[in-house]
Each structure stands twice: as structure tokens, then as C-alpha cells.
Ligand binder design. Sequence first.
Ligand SMILES: C[S@@+](CC[C@H](N)C(=O)[O-])C[C@H]1O[C@@H](n2cnc3c(N)ncnc32)[C@H](O)[C@@H]1O
Length: 535
Amino acid sequence: MRETQQDQLVMAEEQMQQLRSKATELLLRDEWKEAVQAYSHFISLCQDQVSKTPEDPQHLLKLHKSLCLALSNRAEARSRLRDFAEALRDCDQALKIESTHFKTLLCKGKILLNLSRYSMALECFKTVQLDPQANGSSVSLNGYLQKCKKLELMSRTGAFDLSEWVVNGFRGKPLEPAEYIGAVQIKKSEIRGRGLFATKNIDAGTLVLVTKAVATERGILPDQNLDENAQLVMWKNFTEKVIDSGAKCSRTRDLIGTLSSGEDEDELEVPEINLFKPESEHIGGYPNEKLDVNRILSILDVNSLIEDAISSKVLGKNSDYYGVGLWVLASFINHSCVPNARRLHVGDYLIVHASRDVKAGEEITFAYFDVLSPLDKRNEMCKTWGFRCDCKRCKFEEDLYSRQDIREIEMGLERGVDAGAAVYRLEEGMRRWTVREREKGYLRASFWDACCQAYSPEKLARGWGRRIPPMDSVVDSIVEAVGSDERVLKMMVEKLKKGSGGVVEMERALKLGRGVYGKVVKKQAMKTLLGLGIL
Ligand SMILES: C[S@@+](CC[C@H](N)C(=O)[O-])C[C@H]1O[C@@H](n2cnc3c(N)ncnc32)[C@H](O)[C@@H]1O
């Protein structure tokens, strides 16, 4: 018996009804992957029906409504799976059917917020607000609107305040930062390949950029040397996450494709800074067909950063903590042993600020490893990064380290010679070798451990104080060379706490603090952090 057209329609309707119920159930049970599959099936059936019933406007309207809702729900499920690109496509398709569809606009706004496209998200939430349905959910909608406005303002101005989180000992949930790009551009670097450059004068503490990770992986490694296996597992998870992010989003893939894989770095194209602004849709022009897994792995080798758990350094907590991540724009920042910027990790965000005053045109650099260490040690650390440092301090010290006197000071320290005597010898040497003021900072930073001990109250009391330069000028020259550092700051604060210093010294310590933590920590919070609140 031949089925009539009507019978076929009824059967299709029944099948769609069943699929819709199943998909809704899966969505309610948070089974996102299965929900996407069920909705995909439903959507293709629905689209099929739309193409078959062009004459019945009532039925067509009903089908379009079902299609719109299914696309919206699939977008929700996809966004939960962090497949934002496909989720956005679903939203746009649904909005083509019904341009003010409440649920879709809300979903699209949340996805855009997640992608740091604040002004577009704001537009979505504003349109949602006009819908009469919005009254019922005004509390959460208002929350999104306020959050979006705040983030949009932050991303334009870089006005962050992390004071509360810092004062609470880096505990609790920090304020969510917005992505931000300050006065910088990417150019060819004299150090190697491309680098990030200041387009204006930037003073110490000012934000340079805030950027969200493509992916991160974190864990506690009780003993980093012994637990190589755990590190390998983390690295594997991390690379999988990066590959997955690239597979899900062509923009992410394109951006990863701009990064160096370590080969022919000086020949690489110099991308426009605007490409890295989250609101810019497509970048194109990069040979991404070459972005296979092997290339991604090489890119990760060159560009992944280990998270600096500031709380572990400052508060002595979480010292077992290990985190690795890829932050695309920050990957253009070269290393220098005379860095002028520092990084701070807040959640998945990397915040870079100037650690000393930077002049327009100067390259922004941060330290990939501890630069308050001597040349040999820095060379070793550089090796693990797979390059030979081409910064001006290394060049200067390489020439100087051929001198026997420097070697003797080093050997003396290894033998346990008094740190005050070593610093005295270094200062005498620098006078004889007519080392310029700026370069004195380089060498003092190289002999930081000795300087630090030499300026301890006990050593000073034993008479070294009169024979070596005043601590303030040594600190100034080190900070001028390598920017602020928490150990230098600590030395200054200890001096202040001993009562040797007034308002001027306090201002100096606060300026150093700004260089270490950035202006994201406001003055009062900085005083509390430095333990100077009572002064
Ligand atoms: C994260 S990338 C920095 C950006 C890179 N220059 C580019 O063009 O994409 C790290 C790579 O930059 C180069 N590099 C960074 N700092 C350097 C330095 N101080 N000396 C020599 N090469 C450096 C090395 O090749 C390193 O593997």
C-alpha cells in the first residue's frame, strides 16, 4: 500500500516530536555531546520538512519556530562543550529566523562574553533587555549587562583593580579581567625575530596587555624533578587542549599560526596588532594548511609559558604548584636579561605590566627565567629554552667575563668568601674598568646574592657599609637595569621596617611595588601588602 503525503507528514512529525523530547531531556541532563547529536538530527529533519512544505504558511511557521528553538538549544549545548565557533553559527542561523529570539540572544551574548568580544556581547544583552520576556529573568540579565559594561570599559582603558584579591593573600576568586592591549605594536626585533614594542612612553606599573590563554593545564607536582611522569601527563593534556581549541575555532588556529615554531624566526611575517583584538573576526593570510600537529607541538615548545605562581613566591604557599599555558599575544614578547616588563597570572589571564619606565619605541621584554643571576647560570637557563640570549647585558658581560678579576670574585664566592668583600672587590673593579653607570646595574644584578648579603644589617654593622656604595644607589641601579623584583623590594621594605627611612623611602618602596605588582594593586593595598600599613 502506498503511503499518502499526509501519512508521511504525520510520520515525520511523530519522529520529530520524539527526537525533540529526547534532545530536551539530554539537554536537561547536561549531556551536551548527546544533546548536540539529537538536535542535529532534529534540525536536519526539520529543514527537510521546510523544503517539502512551501505552500502551507501555518505549517511553515510552526516548523520555523521549532527550527529556531532547536538551533538555539544546540548552540547552548555546543557552548557548554566550548565549541564557540559552531555555537555562534547556530545562534546566527536561529536569529535569521527570528531576529529577536530571546533565548538565542542570551546564549549569543554569553558566548561573545566568553570570547572577550565585549561590545558585541553588550549589544546582544541590550537587545534582549527590550524583550518583554526579559522581565522574568531581569536579575541574571542585569548581571550580564553590568558585567559586560565593566569588562568593555576595562578592555578600552585597562582600568583594573586587583587590590582586594592581592590583599586577601591571592585567595578567593579574583576579579575577572578583560582582555586589553595597551600602547604596543609588533615589529622586527633586534634581539630575534619579531617583538612587542611600546608606541608611547609607559611608566612603571602601567598595563601593557591582558590576554586570555588558548589553553592551560595545572596541577600539583610534589617533587618536580622526581615527578617527570606527572609532568609528561600534564604536557600531553595541555597539547591536546591546544590542538582541540585550534580545531574548534579557525580564528584561534589562525592566531596560533602566526607564532614562531623556532625555524627561520628572522624571516617570519610581522602581524598587525589589531589581529589580536578579540573583536576582530578573521585574520586570514597565514599558511594554516601547514598548521599540523607537529607544527603546533613545535610552536608550543617555543611559546608555552610556565605560570609564575606569585602567591608561592610572595606568601611561600603552593610551592608545588605547576601550571603551563599558551597566551598568543604575549608569545611575541622576547626575553631579555634587562627586562622592562613583568607578568602576573590571574586565572586564565596573563597580565603584563611595565616593571620600569619604558620609552616610546623601546622593545617590551620580560624575563623567561631569573635574571638576578650570573652570566653562566643565565646561559644554562637559556639553553633549556633552546636559544642563546642576544640581549645587551649578555653581550656586555660576555666581553667582561673574559677578565680574570671577575672570575676570581666568582670563585671567591664559591669558596665562601665574605659577601661584603666580594661586593667591595666588584665595585673597585668596575671603577678600574670604567664601567658606565647603567652597566654597573647589570653586574650588580649578576652578583645579586652577594649584594643582598652585603647589605644585611650584620654585614653593614661589621663595617662594609662605609666601604661599599649606599644600598639605595645599588638598588636603583639594579632596578634601572632589570626592573623591579620582589627580592629587591623586600630588601627595601626591611630597611624601612627597621625605621631607617621616612616618607621619601616609603614612596620609593611603593614605586618598586608598582613595578613588581603593577598598578592593578592600588596604593593602600600595596601598603598593606608590603606590611607598611602601620607606618
Ligand atoms: C616566545 S618567542 C618570542 C617571539 C619571537 N621572537 C617571534 O618572532 O615570534 C621565543 C623565541 O624568541 C627568540 N628569543 C626570545 N628572546 C631571545 C633572546 N633574548 N635572545 C635570542 N633569542 C630570543 C628565541 O628564538 C625563542 O625561542
